[in-house]
Each structure stands twice: as structure tokens, then as C-alpha cells.
Design a protein around this ligand. Sequence first.
Ligand code: GDP
Ligand code: IMO
Ligand code: MG
Length: 430
Amino acid sequence: MTGSIVVLGTQWGDEGKGKIVDFLTERADMVVRFQGGHNAGHTLVTGDTTTVLHLVPSGILHESVQCVIGNGVVLSGEALIGEIDTLAKNGVDTTGRLHISESCPLIMPYHVALDQAREKAAGKAAIGTTGRGIGPAYEDKAARRSIRLHDLRDMPKCIEKLNAVLDFHNFVLQNYFDQKPLQPAAVAEDLHRWSERLLPMSSDASLLLHDALNSGKKVLFEGAQGALLDVDHGTYPFVTSSNTLAGAAATGSGCGPAAIDYVLGISKAYTTRVGAGPFPTELFDETGEFLGKRGNEFGATTGRKRRCGWFDVVAMKKATQLNSLTGMCLTKLDVMDGLDTIAICTAYELDGQKITTLPVSAEALDRCKPVYEEMPGWQESTAGLTRFSDLPAAAVSYIERLEKLLDVPIDMISTGPERSQNIVRKNPFD
Ligand code: GDP
Ligand code: IMO
Ligand code: MG
């Protein structure tokens, strides 16, 4: 029996993590976010209702489940309060079951201003961030000048801290980016508002987690973004600013790595990416359009069009290694219904050489040309199927081929956005 599972993205994000976390929460007691911030957009579809979550863990729709925002998350007070209020309006009460680590660094208005000013100034070289202040907030964390949630408990001291750090960032905003400085009084007002709403939910969340694990509770760790957006191992600098890998579940929540029993990698049956950066299997033809349209590939956070392409085994192999994947869930298989031929990228050609490992440098990856093997597609609909034996033979061959190439069992297959639209070959909690 599995006690705790990490669910994470193995590509460039938006693999369907939220949907799968929501589904698996049926068997869980606690769901924990451990990195990222409200750059994430996790979509949950239950019957006719669609819920998009950015900060609140994707277990929240299950009433008996405790949800934790761990210390590794950079927290926007504004975004979280908005999300809690929207959930309440829609009949989802988070009172008493949403817990925030008091160690969370806060995303402040100057982080948002810096993120947006930098992206604007970068012009064509922009990363295509979500503009939510994620990068600057993590920079402040590493530079040890964050205002953390627990700082709000002593407001006079917190305001002193704020004035110093604001002075520093205003200097850059004014002198480097030619922007208006932020007013200390306005930012201080934000802090007061957040302290009122968020402090009652805050605690040393690592202790909650520790107690849950010690008493045999089932815990789901919910990753945000994806392995190829990891700040160390992703396609740097076209990455996010946190570690998005399984190892971060421990550091970003406050438990040891031995607490993790199973790592479930979520991957689309094809590939998407939103924002700039290398993407060797990107399609610029009608197949790319087809996937984007059928898959409704628009960002859940920014609404931007996602770039679409074929499944990339070279990149995925890297993700399987980085995460010690126990098993995988292949999502959006139904989106591929109706394709005559499907291509799988099994190698790259880089400067005339065939390679089967992901180059570290983004410039080198950008020069890589995909080497494909082709398989027949299927014309039948797989939408909503829940039994493996009901899949068309060509879809089974595709899944089995990926399993062989990746050497990781595909334990789950998602066949639609709705919570129940899954083929479960092995439930990770079994
Ligand atoms: P996340 O960030 O990994 O949680 O993924 P997003 O929610 O950003 O994007 C995934 C999108 O695909 C959402 O609109 C989901 O509702 C949808 N989705 C998830 N799984 C499936 C699936 O198996 N088939 C289809 N057609 N849509 C899916
Ligand atoms: P979920 O959890 C897809 C991308 C941005 C940009 C880069 C850096 O929904 O899968 P940032 O704002 O983090 O500094 O942007 O990372 N990005 C995502 N792409 N899904 C996400 O989250 C993402 N979060 C960030 O588009 O390229
Ligand atoms: Mg998303």
C-alpha cells in the first residue's frame, strides 16, 4: 500500500496534473503544493463545473481532505484571497482545511512590477513569463530579503523590513526600467489586508505534514509546472524559478525524501509549451493546429495559445531520470483521435550528429532537429473510455511503444477532462 505520492509534470507544464490530483484525492487525506506560485493553472472538471486553481491544492473539492500550501510556494496574498473567495461563492468552503506554511515568501507588488518591466525591456529575448512576479520573489528568497508570511505577525517590524526592501527595488524600477516607484503606504495596506485573512490559516505546515505521515494518512504532493521548466535541469533560461522535480516535494513541504513512496509523472500524449524557449518537436503545420484546437490548448493562467508538437522521448527520458518516476499517466489521448499517422521523436540530430540525450544548453537544444519514428493513428473515439480493453489497437500500440521507449509503466491514461474519464491500470495508492 502506498502512503504518499508525488504527482508532477514531466514536460513544460499543463500536462493535466490538476485533473489527476483531483481524481486521486478520492483516496487521499491531504494534498500539498510544494513549489511555484500562481503561475500554475490547474483545471478540474466535475460534471458540468470547471474549476481553475492557481494556488489552492487540487484536492479542495473533496470535503474531507486537508490542503496545504507548503513553504516552497511563493505566495501572492491577493491571488490566494481571490481564489478562496471564488471557491466560497461556488459553494466550496475552505475554512479549517486550507493550511499555509508560515515560511512562505510573499509575492509583493514590486515583484510583479519587476517581472513585467524586465519582460518588456527584454523585447524579443523575453522568456514569456506569466508576469506574476514569480522570478523576482524567488530571487528575494535566495537573497534572504523576503517578507515571509510569519513576518506579518509583528507588523511594525514587518513595515521596517518592507521599507528597506522597497527602497532597494524602487531604485531599480526607477533608474533601470524607468518606472514609477511603488508607494510604501499602499504596499503596507496590502500587508495589513493579507495578515487579517491569511494569518488565521498559517502555521508550521511541516508539522501538520509530519503528523499526517506518522499517523498513516495518505498524502498527495501536487507539483506545478513541469520537469523541463525546472530552474536547474530545465531548458534554462527558459524555465520557471523553482525546482519542479520530485526532490522538491520534500524540501518544499518539510519532510524527508524517504516519505515519498511513489512518483507519478504526468505527460500529455503529445507535447505543448507556453512561452518562449526551445521545443524540438514543435509543429507549425495543420497537425499542430489540429492538436491545439482539439486539445483546446490555451493557458489556464494567461490564456495564451500553447505551442503544440509530437511526443518527445528524448526530453521525457530526462524527466524520468530526474524524478525517479515510479509510473506515468498519459493524458489527452483522446485529442489524438482521428490522426492518420503519429510521430514519436526518439533522437535528435545536432550539428550532423545523432544524439539520444537532452543537451544542457538551450542554444544547442534549439539547433536540434527531431528524428521520428512513425506509427499508424486511430480513427475511433477514445473520449471518455475507462477500460484499457476498449482502446483501439493502434492506441494500445502507441501506449505500449512509449512504455518500452521510456522504460516506465504507464499506469494511468486520461481520456477526457472530466474527473472520471480515466483508464486506471494500476492505482498509485494500491
Ligand atoms: P495542469 O496545469 O497540469 O493541471 O493542466 P491544465 O489544467 O493547465 O491543462 C490541462 C487541460 O487539459 C485542462 O483544460 C484540462 O481540463 C484538460 N484535460 C486534462 N486531461 C485531459 C484529457 O485526458 N483529455 C482532454 N481532452 N482534456 C484533458
Ligand atoms: P502549470 O502548473 C505551463 C512557464 C511560463 C514561462 C516560464 C516562466 O499550470 O503546469 P514564470 O511566470 O514561472 O516565471 O514563467 O514558465 N510556466 C508555465 N507553463 N504551465 C505552468 O504551470 C507554468 N508556469 C510557468 O509560460 O515560459
Ligand atoms: Mg496549467
